[in-house]
Design a protein around this ligand. Structure first.
Ligand code: FES
Length: 159
C-alpha cells in the first residue's frame, strides 16, 4: 500500500517533536490509515529520536494500534468468558459467514476486518461487538447478521 510521505510528515509535525508525542502521533496515523504504515514509523522514530523497536513495542502493546493494513470497517467480537457463555462464538460465526471472512483476517477487497478479543471490560452488557468504534450491547445472532448485511449494503452503494 503506497502513501504520500508528505502526509506522514504533516501528521508528525502537528505534534511537539518530543518523546511524549509518540502515542498521539500513533493515534493520528492509525485514525487516518487504519494501521501504522512502516515508513511512517521510521519517520516517527527519526523525528522523536526513539528507536524503531521501542515504537513497535508500544504499537503491539495497545490493541488500538495495528501494524497490518485493516479494512474500512472493523468488527471486533468479544469472546471472553462472560460473552462466550451468552453466545459470542455463534455471533462471531455469523459475521464470518455473512461477510465471508475468517476471524483475525481482513477481506481481500479491504472492506472488512474481523477480530475477536478476550474481554472488552464491559462484561455486564455482553455479548459485546464493536463496529467501527461503536459498541453494540447484548448482541444476538440475529443482530449480528443484520449489522453485517447493513455494512455490506453500505459498501455496495459506495462502490
Ligand atoms: S467478556 Fe466480553 S466484555 Fe468481558
Amino acid at each position: 500500500m503506497l502513501h504520500d510521505q508528505t502526509e506522514f510528515e504533516d501528521i508528525i509535525q502537528k505534534h511537539p517533536q518530543e518523546k511524549r508525542a509518540l502515542i498521539p502521533i500513533l493515534q493520528d496515523l492509525q485514525a487516518k490509515y487504519n494501521y501504522l504504515p512502516p515508513v511512517a514509523l521510521n519517520m516517527v522514530s527519526q523525528a522523536l529520536n526513539i528507536p524503531l523497536i521501542d515504537i513497535i513495542s508500544v504499537a503491539t502493546f495497545y490493541n488500538t494500534f495495528s501494524l497490518e493494513p485493516k479494512g474500512e470497517h472493523q468488527i471486533t467480537v468479544c469472546v471472553g468468558t462472560a460473552c462466550h457463555v451468552r453466545g459470542a462464538p455463534k455471533i462471531l460465526e455469523e459475521f464470518e459467514k455473512t461477510l465471508r471472512i475468517k476471524a483475525g483476517h481482513t477481506r481481500d477487497d479491504m472492506k472488512f476486518s474481523l477480530d475477536s478479543v478476550a474481554c472488552l471490560g464491559c462484561c455486564a452488557i455482553g455479548p459485546v461487538v464493536v463496529v467501527d468504534g461503536e459498541y453494540h450491547a447484548q448482541t444476538s445472532i440475529r443482530n449480528a447478521g443484520k449489522i453485517a448485511r447493513m455494512l455490506e449494503k453500505k459498501e455496495k452503494t459506495n462502490d
